[in-house]
Ligand binder design. Sequence first.
Ligand SMILES: CC(C)(COP(=O)(O)OP(=O)(O)OC[C@H]1O[C@@H](n2cnc3c(N)ncnc32)[C@H](O)[C@@H]1OP(=O)(O)O)[C@@H](O)C(=O)NCCC(=O)NCCS
Length: 205
Amino acid sequence: METLTILWTGRLWLRRFTATARDLDALASLHGDPEVMRRIDDGRPQPRETVAARTLPGILRQYDELPPGTGCFAVESRTDGRFLGWLSLRPPSSVGLAAAPAVGRGAVLELGYRLLPGAWGHGYATEGARALVRHAFTVLGAEQVVATTMTVNSASRRVLEKAGLTLVRTFFEEWPEYIEGAERGDVEYAVSRAEWAQGPAAPSA
Ligand SMILES: CC(C)(COP(=O)(O)OP(=O)(O)OC[C@H]1O[C@@H](n2cnc3c(N)ncnc32)[C@H](O)[C@@H]1OP(=O)(O)O)[C@@H](O)C(=O)NCCC(=O)NCCS
């Protein structure tokens, strides 16, 4: 049987999502939470129907379409199996990021994450992000890991910094809809394999 587990850390499992009611419920609760979605896309929660028709099928399709070992992965507590959210490692696709190969020479992968509010503040995002950055460099052969977030998303920026990424630039895009804080723009972060290997995040996550 194909294994669903991508990796694990001290407290977390990262595994592929599945086409089950359980995973649909989990993803719909995450993407349907106004606090989670406040600083993402149009700033609004996604209806369950959208998650069922587009979001979950899209995540599942990417396991086939993207390079092996990349994608969007469910994060669960190793203690009790509770769904905490997701972390992702994919070819760069966010607005503001340059297109780049995801495998081979010059390979670049984009890091992302969303956790349920009940899981915030326990260091889970940092723990998972560090493990995925390590995975990108040591297993997937990436040469750089990049990420973007809103300038005002302090929690997300802190996660990136703690995972070893540093600020590259602040940039301003025209978005179809204004969301609070958009006037301060977005930030791009990155870390190269050489920088990561020398940094404090490199030791086993
Ligand atoms: C961003 C997010 C994943 C962080 O998850 P988390 O598990 O709470 O993060 P951690 O516990 O690992 O905390 C990382 C750091 O951020 C800090 N932090 C957390 N919330 C913060 C906030 N609101 N403001 C400033 N810093 C914050 C923590 O104190 C910690 O830094 P420290 O160790 O120096 O104290 C979570 O807030 C989330 O899912 N937000 C909604 C979705 C989202 O915005 N995703 C990113 C889109 S780019």
